[in-house]
Design a protein around this ligand. Sequence first.
Ligand SMILES: [Mn+2]
Length: 264
Amino acid sequence: MPIRDKIYFASDFHLGNSNYHAHTERELRIVRWLDMVKEDAAELYLVGDIFDFWFEYKTVVPKGYIRFLGKLAEFADLGVKLTFFKGNHDMWMFGYLTEELGADIISDELIIERGGKRFYIHHGDGLGPGDRKYKFLKKFFRSPVCQWLFERLHPNLGVGIANAWSKRSRISNGKKTDRVMHQHEWLAEYSRDVLTKEHFDYLIFGHRHMAMDVKLSDTSRYINLGEWVYTSSYAVFDGKDVKLLAFERDLELMDFTAALTVGH
Ligand SMILES: [Mn+2]
């Protein structure tokens, strides 16, 4: 029996995004990663935007992802604890993955303590100052009224609209401008804010599509998990420390430390 003592974190697979071939390659890459993780994982945290679009109708779920979901079923059967976070692309996860996989579904942040270390985990959307338009949309999209209305649309139409909407988002438009735009990494700023009220050793997010490991103090780090469309980054906690790694390629780490120290 292998010893299961590691905790893995990954986010932003955006499964379903892009053409079928690229999507299949990505799903197979994720499955290879899960096969590795399976060996020693006690827990797996999928920190949002795992699906490029997800909606659970009363009797229907979106097509696809068979190999991915099958692998997660294996995890569930092995007793590995699964936790999904709602992202801005897949906020409409309700009871299906809990029923099928015993997974916990987290709507906002989750605070856990493991090996004496404190973790703050959140997908990362709608945090910090500004972006009022998105915060309003998030509230609307998550409202029972909006969900009820969407469920009234025929899936061919509803999912079609959702996919068109999703294509307009950052993931399909490339990420280069985003890298240049952010002199200050706002999730690091948000993390600093959280730390003024409460101590955390690790503040872990996704959403930004840039792998980052930023030291905020001697005992706290902001970690961004990156994404799996262009790269394949993930984090692992071995009971003592968190490492940010890449699967089957070199890790492309964004270094915002210099920018962060300016003016603070
Ligand atoms: Mn996101």
